[in-house]
Design a protein around this ligand. Structure first.
Ligand code: GLN
Length: 455
């Protein structure tokens, strides 16, 4: 809490600091510990954690960085929060994000701008820039994020932290505010691969409250990370995805990626080149499927059920429809409105097959690309992000350039496969670079071994 106090004026990672709750949770844990009642507690017991404000926390205001949820205090905990509390991990507060997790720089937050601790003139990436900056600036040892198209991994790359998107269905989404439900996953943010593994194992597993949760035990993630720390990768086959690297990637990013690949080889891994020809269409498919789901999920913010209600201007009809329109006009920011309009259009009668239907077919081809690729290797690799951290305002006027930030991260969400970004040194501009691993569905353990070896 002292580090938070001194770092926050320049970083602004948090939307809400839950000091009293954190101290009470720490006290309760201390008492339990003093009484010797520690049986069954995980290794992370007692370690404080920061939570992206896209995850609901009972009794602590949760806004998704949107004005439309201002003042909303959830009456329940997300499943991951229940697990974190049971582990005696004090919750430090709620971290900043792009409104409803839509963006790649955290500049679309309705409340504040989060700064990158490596250079406070630059963005921390997004949408989970708050969690990434909190961990990178030592305000929190670990944090949780949500990843729909890269929002854990890209901020990880830009802040030199570890960020993991688990297998779709491997971590419960119950209590994660829905952005695009077929793509959303909650995952860990940390400074080391082993910390991420410990947190992943803690929050993961089947949950009957999430209809897409996979009713199978998680693989031994922590064991795989510990195995990797021995830095022996004999027998591990690494697939280099031809389609995501080279052109369009900043030279310093590409250079660090190539060096990391060499390091994997030096530890005994075999590197093969694989082709995933449909990955080039992933960005296009994502920006149809994601807004379609956004337009449907965000229909619930109607001024009736949660947070903000704005009455229609005096002199106009005081109908429910006008109240909804006034609330949504005032409550949503530009980027969220842009996506609701895009999604509504893509799903509309007469256009559905041409847009949404085609995008779903591309998605199937991408899933098959991964299935084929994983016949040739254990893990796939690519750079996480095409560039290092950029300056505030640089991409705000041009949504398409902002969308390109996710070119390497989106395919994993479309295919439901796990992926993680780990730090791979600094680019020529002195800023962190991320190295990305992908693994087959429900084999999250496979990426933890080479990741732990490489870090
Ligand atoms: N930056 C991506 C987007 O704007 C990813 C968002 C996310 O993963 N939540 O959609």
């Amino acid at each position: 809490l002292k580090v938070i106090e001194s770092a926050e004026p320049s970083i602004q990672a948090f939307l809400h600091i839950s000091k009293d709750e954190a101290l009470a949770q720490a006290d309760a844990f201390d008492k339990k510990h003093a009484s010797g009642d520690t049986e069954g507690l995980p290794e992370l017991a007692g370690v404080p954690i920061a939570i992206k404000d896209m995850i609901v926390t009972k009794g602590i205001e949760t806004t998704a960085a949107s004005k439309i949820l201002e003042g909303w205090v959830p009456p329940y905990d997300a499943t991951v929060i229940t697990k974190i509390k049971a582990a005696g991990m004090p919750i430090l507060g709620k971290t900043n994000l792009d409104e409803f997790a839509q963006g790649s720089s955290t500049e679309h937050s309705a409340y504040t701008t989060t700064h990158n601790p490596w250079d406070t003139e630059r963005v921390p990436g997004g949408s989970g820039g708050g969690s990434a900056s909190a961990v990178a600036s030592f305000e929190a040892p670990v944090a949780l994020g949500t990843d729909t198209g890269g929002s854990i991994r890209q901020p990880g790359a830009l802040t030199g932290t570890v960020g993991v998107k688990p297998t779709y269905g491997g971590v419960s989404r119950f209590g994660a505010i829905a952005m695009a439900s077929s793509l959303d996953q909650i995952g860990p943010v940390s400074r080391t691969v082993l910390d991420a593994a410990l947190l992943h194992e803690l929050i993961g597993g089947y949950d009957e409250h999430d209809s897409t949760s996979i009713p199978k035990p998680l693989p031994s993630i922590v064991k795989a990370a510990r195995e990797g720390q021995k830095m022996d990768l004999k027998g591990v086959k690494v697939g280099l995805i031809k389609e995501i690297s080279g052109e369009g990637f900043q030279p310093g990013v590409q250079a660090r990626f190539d060096e990391a690949l060499k390091a994997l080889q030096n530890m005994g891994a075999e590197v093969v080149e694989v082709s995933c020809p449909h990955l080039s269409y992933a960005l296009g498919a994502y920006y149809i499927i994601m807004p379609s789901e956004v337009s449907s999920n965000l229909a619930r913010y109607d001024g009736m059920r949660y947070g903000l209600r704005v009455m229609p201007p005096t002199g106009t009809d005081q109908t429910a429809a006008n109240m909804m329109a006034a609330t949504r006009e005032a409550g949503f920011g530009d980027e969220v409105k842009r996506r609701i309009i895009l999604g509504t259009y893509a799903l509309s009668a007469g256009y559905y097959d041409a847009w949404y239907g085609s995008a779903q077919k591309v998605r199937t081809l991408i899933i098959r690309d991964y299935e084929n690729a994983f016949k040739q290797c254990d893990v796939l690799v690519s750079p996480t992000s095409p560039s290092t951290a950029f300056k505030f305002g640089e991409k705000m006027d041009d949504p398409l350039t902002m969308y390109l930030e996710d070119v390497a991260t989106i395919p994993a969400n479309l295919a439901g496969v796990p992926a993680m970004s780990i730090p791979a040194g600094l680019s020529d501009d002195g800023l962190p670079v991320g190295f990305q691993f992908f693994a087959p569905q429900m084999r999250d353990d496979l990426m933890y071994k080479p990741a732990a070896a490489l870090e």
